[in-house]
Design a binder for this molecule. Structure first.
Ligand SMILES: Cc1cc2nc3c(=O)[nH]c(=O)nc-3n(C[C@H](O)[C@H](O)[C@H](O)COP(=O)(O)O)c2cc1C
Length: 146
C-alpha cells in the first residue's frame, strides 16, 4: 500500500481564561494519548494567553485531530495560519511538544508571514517565515517543560 503523504497545519487561538500549569498538564496528557493513537506529532506554544500549534501527520489524521481541537473549551478564535503538504516530519519525537513562550515570541509567531510562495517542502528556502521562526524558537529555547 502506498504511504499517505504528510500534511501539516498551523493555527493560532486565544485562551478563554488564564490557564494554570495543572490545566496545561491535563490538556497535554489528553492530547498526547490521542495524538499517539492517531500518529500525529507536533508542538504547542503558549504565552500571553495565546496558543500557536503545529500538527503533522496524514491529512485525514491531522484534520481529525484539528476538528477535536476546535471543540475544546479552553480556547476560541481559532485561525489557521498555514497548512499544506510536507515531505518529512519536523517533530518526529513529539506527540505534542510543549513550550511556554515569552509574550514577544507568541506575538511574533502570530504576526509572522505564514503563506508560502511555493509548496511547502523540506527545502528551508521555501519555508514560510512563520514556520522558520517557530522551528528556530523550538530548536534554541524550547525544552520539554511539561
Ligand atoms: C490549545 C489546545 C491544544 C490541543 N491539542 C490537542 C492535540 O494536539 N490533540 C488532541 O487530541 N487534542 C488536543 N486538544 C484537546 C484537548 O486534549 C482536550 O480534548 C480538550 O482540551 C478538552 O477540554 P474540554 O472538555 O474542556 O473541552 C487541545 C486543546 C487545546 C485547548
Amino acid at each position: 500500500m502506498p504511504v499517505a503523504p504528510l500534511h501539516a497545519l498551523v493555527y493560532q487561538s486565544q485562551a478563554t481564561r488564564p490557564l494554570e500549569a495543572s490545566d496545561l498538564d491535563m490538556l497535554l496528557l489528553d492530547a498526547r494519548i490521542n495524538n499517539e493513537l492517531a500518529n500525529v506529532t507536533g508542538a504547542l506554544i503558549y504565552g500571553n494567553q495565546q496558543f500557536v500549534q503545529y500538527l503533522e501527520g496524514t491529512r485525514a489524521d491531522v484534520e481529525q485531530i484539528y476538528a477535536r481541537i476546535t471543540r475544546a473549551s479552553q480556547h476560541h478564535r481559532l485561525e489557521i495560519l498555514e497548512q499544506g503538504r510536507v515531505d518529512a516530519r519536523r517533530f518526529q519525537r513529539w506527540h505534542m511538544g510543549f513550550a511556554d513562550a515569552p509574550q514577544g515570541v507568541v506575538q511574533q509567531l502570530s504576526q509572522a508571514q505564514w503563506q508560502r510562495e511555493r509548496p511547502w517542502v523540506e527545502d528551508e528556502s521555501s519555508t514560510s517565515r512563520g514556520l522558520s521562526r517557530l522551528l528556530a524558537f523550538w530548536k534554541e529555547e524550547a525544552v520539554l517543560s511539561r
